[in-house]
Write a protein that binds this ligand. Structure first.
Ligand SMILES: Cc1cc2nc3c(=O)[nH]c(=O)nc-3n(C[C@H](O)[C@H](O)[C@H](O)COP(=O)(O)OP(=O)(O)OC[C@H]3O[C@@H](n4cnc5c(N)ncnc54)[C@H](O)[C@@H]3O)c2cc1C
Length: 386
């Protein structure tokens, strides 16, 4: 067991750090304030391979291990969790396309997506189907050589600004086994988008509802086989949960660095804040929790890389733990800035607002507990917790 990063991994993380400093740091506050979707910055991330980090090589991706992927997302999220989270969702959808699309559809979309020239959304949630994702009602009916799609999705990240929708829709009976996945070009006739949702955070990426009204796609746009869509969606989310957890780790790392600097600069009672032991202890606890979260995420990522049978459980545990623990780290960092932490002059309140939704999406943290608890009681617990 080796916990050290290789030289290549360090170099890769350094590239991401420099990119985040030059392309995100000068603009992240403005993107948040004005709800700007930074299409050009995302395309530049694509030039470095960040839009197809773990997508297969035959789709133009880097096919990196998930562990290496976390190194990139962590550095980007330390500066801008919202934009990074979008890039991570795009990576998840692109991996799904690269892994399960027919050769023709992969050839048409793969390189465009992995290069960041085109962007993808992941479309599972519906107005009446959130945590109970297997209850979706959007239907895709095979008619000759085409599917006819009707229904609607809610809360779709990037919707209205992306080019491809990785869509889960019902082709069969009720339940998970009746769901299939599709690659749907985002501008087809019959697709319409709702208003941009007003959100607490994640303002640099749009979130919208999508309606499908007699949308026709060639049958070749099915991902995998009919009835495999829920399994494909959940496999996407295993990696997606590591990505989102990593965005929390990155945001917490960014917040901690700000707090560390601030304690050494700010004086009260004639002394630097850093000289108060209560605040030193706070900093020590924040660092400890951050490292615990990061290690848990890396463990889950390595489980996924190894194809371990308990990878899903570890991904759920890591997502739950890291997004909760890191939210607290960011909140503590804000507190250490006193009133200034509450002002938009500092990035703390933005990091906090952005990280809050990580406890809700890609499966709420309650659902993460459902996944872990159910597997433990089914006798399917990971070795480490028997
Ligand atoms: C900003 C944003 C972006 C998003 N992006 C996407 C996206 O790109 N694609 C996509 O498909 N979805 C996306 N989502 C949707 C997100 O995944 C859902 O909001 C989430 O899964 C929860 O579903 P819900 O909102 O319907 O809440 P509900 O399922 O209605 O849950 C309400 C509450 O009840 C709890 N709960 C529900 N069932 C149980 C249970 N069995 N046991 C214990 N507690 C339970 C939940 O944890 C939650 O606290 C996004 C959401 C947000 C806010």
């Amino acid at each position: 067991m080796d916990f050290e990063l290789t030289e290549d991994q360090r170099a890769f993380a350094e590239t991401a750090r420099q990119f985040a400093q030059s392309e995100f740091a000068p603009h992240a506050a403005q993107w948040d304030e004005e709800a700007v979707f930074p299409r050009e910055a995302i395309a530049k991330a694509g030039e470095l391979g960040f839009c197809g980090l773990y997508a297969p090589e035959n789709a133009g991706g880097l096919a990196l291990p998930r562990l290496d992927t976390t190194l990139v997302f962590e550095e980007l999220a330390a500066v801008d969790p919202s934009t990074t989270a979008f890039i991570s969702i795009h990576n998840m959808a692109t991996w799904m396309l690269g892994t399960w699309a027919t050769d023709a559809v992969r050839a048409e979309w793969g390189e465009a997506l992995t290069s960041g020239q085109k962007l993808a959304s992941y479309c599972l949630t519906e107005p009446g189907s959130g945590s109970d994702a297997a209850s979706i009602k959007t239907r895709a009916e095979l008619q000759g050589s085409e599917y006819l799609i009707n229904g609607g999705k809610a809360f779709i990240s990037g919707a209205g600004s992306t080019d491809l929708l990785v869509l889960m829709a019902r082709t069969g009976d009720a339940g998970a086994g009746g769901i299939s996945a599709f690659a749907v070009p985002a501008q087809l006739p019959g697709i319409s988008y709702g208003k941009k949702e007003h959100k607490m955070g994640w303002n640099s990426q749009p979130t919208r509802t999508i309606s499908f009204d007699n949308v026709r796609i060639p049958a070749s746009h099915l991902l995998g086989r009919e009835g495999e869509g829920f399994k494909i969606a959940m496999k996407g989310l295993d990696g997606g949960r590591i990505n989102i957890a990593t965005c929390s780790v990155g945001a917490a790392q960014g917040a901690l660095a700000h707090a560390q600097r601030y304690l050494q600069e700010r004086k009260q009672f004639g002394k630097q804040l850093s000289s108060f032991q209560a605040l030193q202890f706070k900093l020590a606890d924040m660092a400890t929790n951050l490292v615990a979260a990061r290690q848990m995420v890396r463990l889950a990522a390595s489980k996924l890389d190894a194809g371990a049978p308990d990878a899903t459980t570890y991904c759920a545990m890591a997502k739950r733990f890291a997004t909760d623990a890191c939210f607290e780290v960011i909140n503590d960092a804000l507190q250490l800035h006193g009133g200034y932490g509450y002002l938009r002059d500092f990035p703390l309140e933005r990091l906090l607002r952005d990280a809050r939704v990580h406890q809700i999406l890609e499966g709420t943290n309650e659902i993460m507990r459902v996944i872990v608890g159910r597997r433990m009681l089914d006798g399917d617990a990971p070795d480490a917790i028997r």
